[in-house]
Design a protein around this ligand. Structure first.
Ligand SMILES: NC(=O)c1ccc[n+]([C@@H]2O[C@H](COP(=O)([O-])OP(=O)(O)OC[C@H]3O[C@@H](n4cnc5c(N)ncnc54)[C@H](O)[C@@H]3O)[C@@H](O)[C@H]2O)c1
Ligand SMILES: O=C(O)C(=O)C[C@]1(C(=O)O)C=C[C@@H](O)C=C1
Length: 315
């Protein structure tokens, strides 16, 4: 049997049981660190499946039914839905519950939380797991999703160290590597490493697909295009919310990229082979470096999985 940890918290509530909230709830439940994991989702079928698939102990429709008396409440709804959920939470007797979230952009959620809780104490530990996929919904929930993946917590001036520590420990208990940074730094870094690549993939696939003369590319496309379409297959609602919520940092990253793209275009036009080779070689080197980081994470993840199966086998 798996080792049973002493519960760190009595009741964890996860609002929004899709890919991310469902995976967190399932992992937290398996970790044994919570006496009870309660889900909230507005979709009845998700609520039914969440219990059937063992994602949560129980699932309800209303915040008022599960949040008063909870120790930790995690918001895992689309970013632009967080404002309404936060406003509803602020009207409930939360009795000192710690709020946390998983939104892909942080500044907007933090502003919404401060606005909703103006004049009240706000115990908020903003967070963002750098893991996911193009899939969504509770059926994609996977307890091992965050294993060996980074989770960024962006504590605020008013965040209590004990609250930060509790949320940090929950993520570590489900295998994540936790790092802390400021909200502003997070939004700039993620605009470049996650939001811009998704914007480009959506844009490229749309641009090619909407021109009827290009329809035939789908017949002749292979791996390179397929990789772009995988990203462009991500959830439109989620990405709509991210581009709007992190607008300023996304525009900044896009402008820098456009300047580089124009430079590359100029080099091709001028037949500047040396510049072209420099860009391509540099990009290839970056990919090789990133590949080594990915390989070491995969290896570390496999070691953790092997360790778990050994300890389970011996107890
Ligand atoms: N998908 C990823 O790769 C990824 C990675 C990291 C962070 N995130 C962030 O996680 C959050 C959730 O993304 P996801 O991919 O899990 O989405 P998802 O679509 O899989 O799940 C969202 C869930 O929230 C529910 N929901 C929506 N509004 C609600 C409301 N007002 N009250 C209760 N439930 C509500 C939906 O029914 C759905 O079950 C987003 O903020 C996103 O930015 C996503
Ligand atoms: O794994 C993927 O396919 C993802 O797109 C995950 C990914 C990303 O890496 O950009 C997407 C959005 C999140 O906020 C965090 C992670």
């Amino acid at each position: 049997m798996a080792e049973v940890a002493t519960p760190l918290i009595e009741r964890l509530v996860v609002v929004g049981l899709g890919l991310i909230g469902g995976s967190f709830a399932k992992g937290a439940r398996a970790s044994g660190l919570c006496r009870e994991v309660v889900g909230i989702d507005r979709d009845p079928e998700t609520r039914r499946l969440a219990v059937e698939l063992g994602v949560v102990d129980r699932c309800v429709a209303e915040l008022a039914e599960a949040c008063p008396g909870a120790d930790v409440i995690q918001l895992a709804v689309p970013i632009l839905a967080m404002e309404r959920v936060l406003a509803e939470l602020a009207a409930l007797p939360l009795q000192g519950a710690i709020l946390t979230d998983v939104g892909s952009a942080k500044g907007n959620v933090v502003r919404a939380a401060r606005q909703a809780f103006a004049g009240q104490s706000l115990r908020f530990v903003p967070g963002h797991p750098i893991a996911g996929s193009e899939r969504s919904g509770v059926t994609a929930a996977n307890a091992a999703l965050f294993n060996r993946h980074k989770v960024i917590l962006t504590p605020l001036e008013e965040t209590l160290p004990a609250d930060l520590d509790k949320v940090d420990r929950l993520w570590r208990a489900i295998g994540a590597d936790v790092e802390h940074m400021t909200v502003e730094h997070h939004d700039q870094v993620l605009a470049a490493t996650s939001h811009l690549p998704h914007l480009l993939a959506f844009n490229l696939v749309d641009s090619l697909a909407k021109r009827s003369e290009n329809r035939e590319i789908f017949h002749y496309a292979a791996g390179g295009f397929r990789d772009f379409t995988r990203i462009a297959g991500s959830d439109p609602t989620m990405w709509h919310d991210i581009f709007i919520a992190n607008r300023e940092a996304v525009l900044q990253a896009l402008d820098t990229y456009r300047a580089d793209l124009d430079e590359l275009r100029g080099a091709i036009q001028a037949g500047d082979g040396q510049f072209l080779m420099e860009v391509l070689t540099h990009a290839r080197g970056a990919r090789e470096y990133f590949g080594r980081i990915l390989a070491s994470r995969t290896q570390a993840g496999a070691q953790v999985a092997a360790h778990h199966s050994l300890t389970e086998g011996h107890s």
